[in-house]
Design a protein around this ligand. Structure first.
Ligand SMILES: Cc1ncc(COP(=O)(O)O)c(C=O)c1O
Length: 416
């Protein structure tokens, strides 16, 4: 083989060009996964780690769902490729479920079945964005949104919110951000990861009307729609603002509602042209979602819904324990939000002061590392969600562990 570098002694192309593309090389490791990996390592070493990092229910998938999957496994039809956009009976069930739960009028052809909500998010942005298009993302935000936007060739524009305003973005803040950027899309999520915030109906409507007036698309993530607690109510933006229905992609899935995170089943709903385009993309990417998983999803959506209610009740109770426990820790402030299974307290008061054994943390990244090291408690630093000074704690874990972890943090904060 010949090459300029061999004859000239200067570095060759392979030496100076990164081995992976700039686009993929720029992706940040998912901070939520990084924390759970660290926590898992400590657990494997025999430590009793309290893991507030997980973004998944601690409940098992309902038995009737597992049984449906077992039956599908034995059916030779499941062993072959099926329709790229999803099994017709599942698309029908998702359309029906959506009409039932949120009131959005949907035809089965407007449903694209995906490998989890995450694929739905990626495909939504890949379908809508060209270079130069910006996406407004209220912060704190779920880590995947900005990465998905960048990978799709767009640019994320963070719109910061504060704990004082309950982490809810206002039309004025959105307008200000839009006036200094070139937005094509607004990302909206309620209930939210990482804050758990649920927007009241009138605010959903006001934001939707603003987006419609500005001619923006909205990607709205409804994956936590059923995890909403007393005092809060889920409302769907394209239902509140019908004018948006022609410019709105709804992301949803079974992961959180039915404790099915490992099954990988989600979907996108939207206007026919956008869904057809996203389905085209999917046909070259992953093709159909596993038929066994689709059968499980069908059973989840059409079968008894009692497990959802049981889980919601448990989360509601744990939310109370979590918020009360956090507020009892000196230096911690916590807004109570109405949905998902996350608390998002400010830990500012724990920074720059000696904690247990005299060590102190300059930021929440350092603090979360210290908490894991010294108290064996895993939290996700807010930095990952565009909100330094805060941390995300999932309350999707057993009551006993939940309280034990808070006791450990409190002991550390009190310098015990
Ligand atoms: C806000 C939000 N949307 C979408 C997802 C994707 O979920 P999945 O890919 O498991 O369906 C998650 C998962 O954490 C999430 O928190």
């Amino acid at each position: 083989m010949t090459g300029a570098s061999e004859s000239t002694g200067t570095p060759g192309t392979a030496d100076v060009i990164s081995r992976v593309s700039a686009r993929v090389g720029a992706i940040e490791e998912s901070a939520t996964l990084a924390v759970s990996t660290m926590a898992k390592r400590l657990k494997a070493q025999g430590e009793h780690v309290i893991d507030y990092g997980a973004g998944e229910p601690d409940f098992p998938t309902p038995a009737h769902v597992v049984e449906a999957a077992q039956r599908a496994c034995a059916d030779p039809k499941s062993h072959k490729y099926s329709a790229n956009a999803g099994l017709p009976e599942l698309r029908e069930a998702i359309a029906e479920k959506t009409r039932r739960d949120s009131g959005l009028p949907v035809e089965p052809s407007q449903v694209l079945v995906t490998n989890g909500g995450k694929q739905s998010v990626y495909q939504a942005f890949a379908t809508l964005l060209d270079p130069g298009d910006d996406v407004l993302i209220p912060a704190p935000y779920w880590v995947t949104y900005p990465e998905a936007v960048s990978l799709a060739g767009g640019s994320p524009v963070s719109v910061p919110t504060t704990a004082e305003s309950g982490f809810r973005v206002t039309v004025d803040q959105l307008e200000e951000a839009a006036s200094r950027s070139n937005p094509k899309v607004l990302l909206f999520v309620s209930p939210s990861n990482p804050t758990g915030v649920v927007y009241p109906r009138d605010e959903v409507r006001a934001i939707g009307e603003w987006a419609a007036d500005r001619g923006l698309w909205v990607v709205t993530d409804e994956i936590y729609e059923h995890l909403v607690y007393e005092g809060s109510e889920f409302s769907s933006m394209p239902v509140e603002v019908p004018a948006l229905q022609d410019r709105c992609l709804v992301v949803n899935g079974v992961s959180k509602t039915y404790a099915m995170t490992g099954w990988r089943l989600g979907w996108t709903i939207g206007p026919q042209d956008a869904i057809d385009a996203a389905a085209n993309l999917q046909s070259h990417l992953t093709s159909n979602v596993s038929n066994v998983v689709q059968a499980a999803g069908l059973a989840a959506l059409t079968g008894p819904q009692d497990d959802v209610a049981t889980m919601r009740q448990a989360f509601a109770r744990r939310r109370g324990l979590m918020v009360e426990g956090l507020r009892a820790i000196p230096g911690v402030e916590c807004v109570e939000t109405g949905g998902a299974f996350y608390a998002f307290p400010s830990l500012e008061g724990l920074l720059h002061r000696p904690l247990f054994d005299g060590r102190s943390a300059g930021d929440t990244l350092e603090l979360c590392t210290l908490l894991l090291e010294l108290a064996k408690v895993a939290l996700v630093p807010g930095d990952a969600f565009g909100a330094p000074g805060f941390a995300r704690l999932s309350y999707a874990l057993g009551d006993e562990d939940l309280v034990e972890g808070l006791t450990r943090i409190r002991a550390l904060a009190e310098g015990a």
